[in-house]
Design a protein around this ligand. Sequence first.
Ligand SMILES: C[S@@+](CC[C@H](N)C(=O)[O-])C[C@H]1O[C@@H](n2cnc3c(N)ncnc32)[C@H](O)[C@@H]1O
Length: 196
Amino acid sequence: MSEVERKHWDHRYRTEGARSNEPAAFLLEVAPRIPPRSRVLDVGGGNGRNAIWLARHGHDVTIADVSAEGLTLARSAAASAGVSVATNRMDFDIDPMPPGPWDVIVDFHFIKRHLFPTFRKVIRPGGFLIFCRATTRNLERNDRPPRPFLLAEGEGWDLLDDFELVIAREGWSLEGRHEFEALARVPDQPAGSDSE
Ligand SMILES: C[S@@+](CC[C@H](N)C(=O)[O-])C[C@H]1O[C@@H](n2cnc3c(N)ncnc32)[C@H](O)[C@@H]1O
């Protein structure tokens, strides 16, 4: 599956380039909650539209993605913007999660359900997961993404069961996509939990 995805995305980035360099509207909405100079991991970050915006706003950002072509676009866009982002070509189906602790993980339009318990472990207590993914209702108005890459309605809440939900909602966006969006916080450690 991953090799198929890698070829698909490499081909798409090579032939179409970046579809958008604009950060996601939901990222802009929640950005004021991100502490200054956060260490951020953008999973499946592709051509870096969100990562570069975060780097321009003072964060220390790493993009992890299976597509070398997408990461090349991201490095080039970062250089044009005069910022630096780290890039990590990796396959989340096979490779271990880049070690934390991360202050924030950003996950836009990339769904690997098995990663959510790991997100919870590598984000520091009090840190955030910012997540956005289309649901199956999106197919009522859009052909893509295809069903295997969509959340079932209500599934977002289940995936984030171990987080504190600051924002969690599902509905039609202004751009006409039916999406689940969440700002999820890793609970603080109870006092004394790190002592024997
Ligand atoms: C729909 S794009 C989203 C890109 C970016 N998050 C955004 O919102 O613009 C999905 C991204 O996931 C990456 N991807 C797909 N399968 C992957 C895997 N197994 N491991 C790492 N990245 C993967 C693709 O290369 C692609 O860049």
